[in-house]
Structures are given as C-alpha cells and as structure tokens.
Design a protein around this ligand. Structure first.
Ligand code: NAP
Ligand code: ZN
Length: 353
C-alpha cells in the first residue's frame, strides 16, 4: 500500500477537504494511473451529500470522482493493453465478476458484483470502500481502464467517461439518427453531451431548458431548436412530436410535461436521478402508447466505442477547468444550473496541498 493525496468529505454536511488515502500497489492485472483531470458529475454531489441514501447510502469519508483521465505510471506483470507513459481513462466502474450473463453481454454496469469507482466495498481490502478520482493516483484492473484518443483535449475528454457514455448509450439503443426528432431535457454536463451526440448522429435536436440564457450556447452545441420549458405556449407547440427524449434533470421535476411531448410510440429515457420519486400520470403514457425507461452509464466495450467515436468526430465536453481548491464552490454552482457545461478539476492543483 502507498499513500496518495485526495479530497474527501467526512460527513454529508462537511465540505470536501484535503486528505491522505491509501491505494494498493498494482497487482498482476492492475494499472496505476497518475490522474491529470477529473470531471465533476452531479452524481458526485448527490453522493457526497448522501442524497441517494435509500438506494446507496454513502460511507464516509468519501472520495468522489468517476471521470478520470491520466497517464499510466506502472503496470502489473499480466497487463497487456497498457504500458507506463500511455494515456488512460477510468469511468464509473472498477470491477465486476466477468462471469454473469450481464458481464458476458458486455453490460458490466448491471453485474450483481459490479464495484463503482467510489463508495463500493473495496474487494482488495485497501480501505472500507473504493475511493474515486479527486486524487493524485488510482490503481484499477486493466479490464476497466480505457484507451484515450491521443489528439483530444484531455480536460474535455474526462467528462466523456460518465456524461459521455450515459448519453451515448441510450441514444444508440434507441437508434437516434436522421429523420428522428430528439429532445434533450436539461443543458448541464450530461445534457450538453446529449446534444453533441444527437447532432452528430444526424437527428433533429431540440434542447428543453429552464435557463433561457443557455439558448445561444445550445445552438452552438448542435441544437436545431431550443424550447424554454417553463413557457407553456412554447411547450404546447411541440406536443406529441418527439420520437425520443433524454431527461438529464438532477432535481425533482414534473416529468408529465415532457412525456406529453412524445409522439405515438415515443420513448422518454430517464438518466437524471433526482432524490424524490417522480409522479407519472397514467394518461401521459396511455395516450399514444408512450414508454418511459431508464438507462445507467454503459458497458466497458461501449464506453471504448464512444471514446473512439469522439476521437473520430473530435467531440469533447465543454469544460470550465478549476483547481481542486474550488470544488466546494463548484458544487454550489451546480445546484444553481450554473455550469458551462462541465467542471473539470486540474489535478496538478492537488500537489500544493
Ligand atoms: P448538471 O450538470 O447539474 O445538469 C443538470 C441540469 O438539469 C441543469 O443544468 C439544468 O439544466 C437542469 N435542471 C436543474 N434543475 C432543474 C429543475 N428543477 N427543473 C428542470 N431542469 C432542471 O448535472 P449532470 O452532471 O448532468 O447530472 C444530471 C443527473 O444525471 C444527476 O441527477 C446525476 O446524478 C445523473 N446521472 C445519471 C447517470 C446514469 O447513469 N443514469 C450518470 C451520470 C449522472 P437547464 O438549466 O438547461 O434547465
Ligand atoms: Zn457521473
């Protein structure tokens, strides 16, 4: 074991602060990575404040961060895909059983033994739970380490590891493409990646936002139309017209307003994870045989496919790079929908702690 620097929270009301955490020495299959950038996902905030207590209670101290890019510093003897000096990335998962039907179908995210990058029991016994990417270095089984296209901006690449795959996967599953009208609800970290992908896949892309001030950016990011969702008249004009809507909203909201925008047989996929249960009116789905489903990140093979797609099409997140000392301020701004469009921590700033 060795010690490394990190930022952790001691309780659900504590700010994130400098800490020292243990990491395991790389075993046979492990890759040790010096973390260069780590994106800030709204899930980090939900977890730090224990807002998902009923589903996945937070174990403190917590070190969040699951949008990691860095450089390989050491590899175990059985590692074949990486060598020291390579760029590498880690997303939301660090382990699974590799034998269950979900793993065999490349859906490790649904494996009953999947371990999240943070706040999952640490099977190696280094600490009670896994610790995430707000840290100097991380050690991960090579099967959960991804290759990064060399020419992409590294800070803008980090958010692809969660915001990217979480929006790419359901759009691929629902065959978003030319001739489809696609809505993206919420222009934050996930939402802005959703807009970039829907546009890249050739769909007619509409942003549904509560922030009129984001309209110009939405168009620059690839939206064909922008709807201010708090304006009932604007919403009415789109009633019954969408083939697919991706809901990325982090706060409690009226989902019926969006379900009613779906065409016959249209689908709304929920990726946002608000704390309170959503109230679905029966007629919002009965009328038009609409469906409501959910989606969680994506498997490792699909995450690599997404990164390669981003490499080919030069897609990265729009990031505001911050030093780690500004992380608590960034969380407050996330709560005000004041992010353009993903905070990304420059991990070099941790060296001065
Ligand atoms: P984010 O950057 O904070 O973006 C959320 C956006 O939702 C805001 O920018 C805002 O966009 C909109 N919004 C906020 N409050 C709203 C309200 N009351 N009504 C309507 N819209 C509102 O968050 P994120 O990092 O993209 O994450 C979004 C959610 O997805 C979080 O709950 C996160 O935990 C979850 N998530 C799920 C997965 C998964 O696998 N399913 C993966 C990652 C994250 P506008 O200003 O445009 O309205
Ligand atoms: Zn995330």
């Amino acid at each position: 074991m060795y010690d490394t620097k990190a930022y952790s929270a001691a309780s659900k009301t504590s700010p994130l602060a400098s800490a020292t955490i243990p990491r395991r020495e790389p075993t046979e299959r492990d890759v040790q990575i010096e973390i260069l950038f780590c994106g800030i996902c709204h899930s980090d905030l939900h977890s730090v404040r224990d807002e998902w207590h009923d589903v996945m209670p937070t174990v403190y101290p917590i070190v969040p961060g699951h949008e990691i890019v860095g450089r390989v510093t050491k590899v175990g003897s059985a590692v074949s895909k990486f060598k020291p000096g390579d760029l590498a990335a880690v997303g939301c998962m660090v382990d699974s059983d590799h034998t269950c039907p979900q793993c065999q179908a490349d859906h490790e995210q649904f494996c009953p033994h999947m371990a999240l990058t943070y706040n999952s029991p640490d099977r190696h016994g280094t600490a009670p739970v896994t610790y995430g990417g707000y840290s100097d270095s991380v050690v991960v089984d090579e099967r959960f380490v991804l290759r990064v296209p060399e020419h992409l901006d590294l800070a803008g690449t980090a958010p692809l590891l969660c915001a990217g795959i979480t929006t790419y996967s359901p759009m691929r599953r629902r065959q978003v493409g030319p001739g489809k009208k696609v809505g993206v609800v919420g222009l934050g970290g996930l939402g802005h990646m959703g807009v970039k992908f829907a546009h890249a896949f050739g769909a007619h892309t509409v942003v549904l936002t509560t922030s009129p001030g984001k309209a110009e950016d939405a168009r620059r990011l690839g939206a064909d139309e922008v709807v201010v969702s708090r304006n009932a008249d604007e919403m009415k004009k789109h009633a019954g017209s969408f083939d697919f809507i991706l809901d990325t909203v982090s706060a409690n909201h009226d989902i019926n307003a969006y379900l009613n925008l779906l065409a016959v047989d249209g689908n709304l996929t929920l990726v946002g994870a608000p704390t309170e249960p959503l109230n679905v009116a029966a007629f919002s789905v009965i009328m038009g045989c609409r469906s409501l489903s959910g989606s969680m990140i994506g498997g490792i093979a699909e995450t690599q496919e997404m990164l390669d797609f981003c490499g080919e099409h030069n897609i990265t997140a729009d990031v505001e790079v911050i030093p780690i000392q500004k992380v608590n301020e960034a969380y407050e701004r996330l709560l005000k929908s004041d992010v353009k469009y993903r905070f990304c921590i420059d991990m070099a700033s941790l060296k001065s702690e």
